[in-house]
Ligand binder design. Structure first.
Ligand code: FE2
Length: 428
């Protein structure tokens, strides 16, 4: 063994500690205690958590960092966000979209986020954003996996050229079929859009990711059609339902029928807690619904549930910073997932589960996987969620591509320690 990199004394997300991780030729070749070989480059993880990279399986990179263009979203609603984006679309230039996306990817890498599934709006006959993000995908490929979804933001049937544009985008190399049934004019149009989109995916051998039922209307039940069409076309395990916020407001008896249908279809679920805790419940007085889909119940039903970021400084959401621990932290709170097991599941929702949604090959910390990992200034996944600490080292294919200094405060409090490292104050 002649490793290019060894990360020593790592604590893994599953709790194993004191492990060395050797990477050779871009792949993990050993995970053992005290590997005797020496490597060209070595990192002392000093007992800190070493995780596979963060994965964001729901994002909009064509809109990111466009906050305030052409103006701010005053109501804070999804509908005003869609209208604002519609006003911005004709003003987009390829150069601006590419520059913003590349800037965002730099930020993502610094946070240990090395795989992103981005929806890209195809309701623009120029397909400007599609071309721009395909170029970004090529440029960032050495350090970030960018997967694109052909997303008819204005409705697959409602927008006159969306159907043709979606096929054009797929022809150009966009890999996943998107849709937005609750934005079609009628429930029937929404169902029809799903029938057509799943057929396209089956014929082309592609995955599907639908913005599905992102509404507080408990009668928005497109997820039922999505599950049914998934089974009809043999797409089990290749279809994601994103948002699914109407499930929050649905009748419990109906959900008891729905969950087994979703499990039968092996639907993947992507909840977006940052955005949906601010977008949902906007028509409520008090009590205000939270609007997040039923995360613990979906997990208990055996479905793969991931958390996505959705937005970062765009017409829909003016905050966020590519930190998937922020996303998981919000999801944990809104879904009240506070048991030790549930908190670990929230960490998996932004790592391994999100990788399953994207269908990433060679993801994870095991021999044979890509040599991609993140060293965090925390002892375990729960502490990472609590502190959202610096990503001390970000490694891609065995090469360090980002470093952040540890967070250590220097004190001048009499008779107290001079330095405070937050990860030293965890319960033992
Ligand atoms: Fe979205």
């Amino acid at each position: 063994m002649q490793p290019d990199l060894i990360v020593r004394n790592a604590t893994l997300p599953d709790g194993r500690s004191g492990r060395d991780i050797a990477i050779e030729g871009g792949r993990i070749v050993a995970i053992e205690a005290a590997i005797p070989a020496r490597a060209a480059d070595e990192i002392d993880a000093a007992g800190h958590l070493v995780s596979p990279p963060f994965v964001d399986c729901h994002f909009h990179m064509d809109a990111t960092l466009s906050l305030g263009l052409p103006r701010m979203n005053l109501s804070g609603t999804l509908i005003e966000g869609i209208a604002l984006w519609g006003a911005l679309k004709p003003l987009l230039t390829p150069e601006a979209v590419i520059a913003r996306a590349l800037r965002y990817c730099d930020l993502a890498v610094s946070q240990g986020l090395l795989a992103v599934r981005s929806h890209v709006d195809v309701c623009d006959d120029r397909l400007l954003a599609v071309e721009a993000l395909l170029e970004v995908k090529r440029q960032v490929a050495p350090y970030l996996d960018l997967q694109l979804v052909a997303f008819p933001q204005d409705g697959y049937l409602r927008s006159p050229s969306a159907a043709e544009n979606l096929e054009r985008a797929l022809d150009r190399g966009v890999e996943v079929v998107g849709g937005i049934p609750h934005f079609e004019r009628t429930m029937e149009d929404g169902a029809e859009s799903l029938r057509r989109l799943c057929r396209i995916a089956a014929e082309r051998g592609l995955r599907v990711d639908i913005h599905c039922d992102e509404t507080d209307d408990p009668l928005s039940r497109h997820v039922e059609t999505l599950a049914s069409e998934t089974v009809r076309h043999g797409l089990q395990g290749r279809v994601a339902g994103s948002h699914l916020t109407s499930m929050h407001s649905m009748d419990n008896y109906y959900v008891s029928k729905l969950l087994p249908l979703m499990a039968e279809a092996q639907l993947q679920v992507v909840a977006n807690p940052l955005i949906n805790i601010v977008l949902q419940g906007r028509h409520d007085t008090y009590p205000k619904r939270r609007g997040l889909t039923r995360v613990p119940e979906l997990m208990a039903a055996g479905l793969t549930v991931a958390f996505g970021q959705d937005c970062c400084m765009d017409p829909w959401y003016s905050l966020s910073g590519a930190d998937m621990l922020d996303v998981a932290h919000m999801g944990l709170h809104v879904a009240q997932m506070t048991s030790r097991e549930a908190m670990r599941a929230c960490f998996e929702a932004v790592t391994t589960n999100a990788a399953v949604v994207m269908g990433l090959d060679g993801y994870g910390l095991h021999v044979g996987a890509w040599g991609d990992l993140v060293v965090l200034q925390a002892r375990d996944p729960i502490e990472a969620l609590r502190l959202r600490p610096p990503r001390l080292h970000v490694v891609r294919r065995g090469r360090v591509i980002a470093r952040t200094n540890p967070r250590i405060a220097t004190l001048s409090v009499p008779e107290r320690p001079k330095e405070v490292d937050p990860s030293h104050y965890a319960p033992g």
